[in-house]
Design a protein around this ligand. Structure first.
Ligand code: 5RP
Length: 213
């Protein structure tokens, strides 16, 4: 698939997801290049929405398009969240965090009654493969890296919450086991494995076709 074809698929799945948004919703906005197509598609609908952004760059872009973006500190539930993914497995396990926003994404998406994933066809995989993005606490970093010898730090800025971004390169035989291993480490803030239980709908664009599952 050429970059142009991939962008066309990103736009198509984003526009399909934008049609699911209803007037008055509390809406979580993901992060990434697929979401970059989602934001104008939502803004064009002219609905009254209150949005929560999963990253400063999404907040800036949404506000520039005229969407209302609020802090996510006094809201307990969202009606819907829409976000991209790096990999989508057949059972809807996801890998996210290619854009290093997975901690806030997971918090926002876990709070949503409905989490809609938007993906071009290159994101659909038969099984998840490493790397899995992680966010680590700066305190005790060397000790955390000594325990998690499969983690390599990524050369990106710290997260908005002060976390250090890295990736786990351990083989993923069972995503549940990998997720539990990473979650159990005291130095890990969050990881990019999102379980199927979080996912309500996956919208996949394949050429001109849209598949929903
Ligand atoms: C950011 C993410 C993104 O949703 C994921 O990386 C997909 O990005 P893109 O839409 O640019 O392919 O998890 O942390």
């Amino acid at each position: 698939m050429t970059p142009k074809e991939q962008d066309a698929e990103k736009k198509a799945c984003a526009e399909a997801a934008a049609l699911l948004v209803e007037d008055g919703m509390l809406l979580g906005l993901g992060t990434g290049s697929t979401v970059a197509f989602l934001l104008p598609a939502i803004a064009r609908r002219g609905l009254r929405l209150t949005c929560v952004a999963t990253s400063p760059r999404t907040a800036e872009a949404a506000i520039a398009l005229g969407l209302t973006v609020v802090e996510f500190d006094t809201i307990a539930r969202l009606d819907m969240a829409i976000d991209g993914a790096d990999q989508v497995a057949p059972d809807n396990w996801l890998i996210k965090g290619g854009g290093a926003a997975h901690t806030r994404e997971k918090i926002v998406e876990a709070a949503a009654d409905r989490f809609v994933v938007i993906a071009d066809s290159s994101k659909v995989v038969t099984r998840l493969v490493a790397p899995v993005p992680v966010e680590l606490v700066a305190f005790g970093l060397e000790a955390t890296l000594a325990r998690l010898s499969d983690v390599r730090l990524r050369d990106v800025p710290i997260s908005p919450d002060g976390g250090i971004i890295g990736d786990s390169f351990a083989d993923i035989e069972d995503p549940y086991v990998t997720a539990a291993r990473l979650s159990d480490d005291p130095g890990v803030v969050s990881h990019g494995l999102f379980p199927p239980s979080m996912v309500s709908t996956v919208i996949i664009a394949r050429g001109k076709d849209i598949e929903t599952r």
